[in-house]
Design a protein around this ligand. Structure first.
Ligand SMILES: Nc1ncnc2c1ncn2[C@@H]1O[C@H](COP(=O)(O)OP(=O)(O)OP(=O)(O)O)[C@@H](O)[C@H]1O
Length: 266
């Protein structure tokens, strides 16, 4: 079943600090959506509100048609997984232990993992390519393997919607691509809606169906990659001069953006 998520007329504050007002967005089909925009523009704050990590000061977030604030955290977590930025777990925890944590929303206080939990954990480890590493401690993994372990935990929750905040930060280009390809495969295999904050514009253009551009807490553009990934929008979004190119390799075409100077040095 496709999960739906929407945020309606939401105001997002930290105490008195206003990040966004009157934010409205809908996610109602299984697609990969990237949120792009400059530092401090409110991307992570939006993702936190969508993931029930930040309560809107006004407005409502609906998950599968229900007001998320009226749902328990376990109920939310059975439909939606969130991987925040810079996640950390005890280093002596194994990969499988971490994947098991994804089943917590399905547990009662004294219950133990059952057959359906084990199946979900095995499926999560298999689809992230971690079966052979499941007994390894997290501290022994590379950055890319560790990100995959977190994804396995998120997948074990069996979410319809997956929220990722800068999942490729600190990864080299090999692991960045590996992770993006994995996210793409998971989206296709399980029809999961993926909403992620990405700083790498070329990954955003390549792996997303839809781009949401956020500036100063507001939605500056929202549409397909072809609509949003254009010179005028990217220049206005980041206050830089860019050239957007279409490049081909091995019969495939990719859009790429090359920022060549800031507006100040123009
Ligand atoms: N916990 C917090 N308490 C107070 N202000 C915060 C908090 N987290 C973020 N902010 C502020 O809210 C604004 C939006 O921050 P947010 O992290 O959403 O931006 P972002 O677009 O994700 O930035 P970046 O690309 O640098 O990660 C910024 O001005 C930031 O300083």
């Amino acid at each position: 079943m496709t999960g739906t998520l929407s945020i309606k007329e939401a105001s997002l504050y930290y105490g008195k600090h206003i990040v966004s007002e009157a934010l409205t967005l809908e996610f109602n089909k299984p697609e990969i959506v990237s949120i792009i925009g400059p530092n401090g523009s409110g991307k992570s704050t939006l993702l936190k509100a969508l993931g029930r990590l930040l309560k809107p000061a006004a407005g409502t977030v609906y998950l599968n048609g229900r007001d998320m604030q009226a749902m328990s955290s376990a109920e939310t977590a059975r439909q939606l997984s969130v991987l925040p930025q810079a996640t950390q777990a005890p280093g002596d925890m194994t990969v499988r232990d971490l994947a098991c944590c994804g089943r917590l929303p399905y547990q009662t206080m004294f219950s133990q993992l059952g057959e359906s939990d084990r199946q979900a954990i095995d499926m999560a480890l298999e689809s992230t390519g971690l079966v052979d590493m499941q007994k390894r401690s997290l501290s022994s993994l590379s950055g890319g393997e560790c990100q995959r372990a977190w994804l396995a935990m998120a997948l074990a929750q069996k979410p319809q919607i997956l929220l990722l905040d800068e999942p490729t930060t600190y990864l080299d280009i090999h692991y960045q691509l590996e992770l993006m390809e994995l996210v793409n495969r998971l989206h296709r295999r399980f029809a999961i809606t993926v909403i992620m904050v990405l700083h790498d514009l070329n990954h955003a253009a390549r792996f997303s169906h839809r781009l949401i551009a956020v500036k100063k807490g507001q939605i500056m553009a929202d549409g397909s990659v072809q609509q949003v990934f254009v010179k005028s929008t990217l220049e206005k979004l980041y206050d830089v001069k860019v050239t957007v190119m279409e490049m081909g390799s091995e019969g495939k075409h990719y859009l790429a953006c090359f920022p060549y100077c800031s507006m100040e040095t123009d």
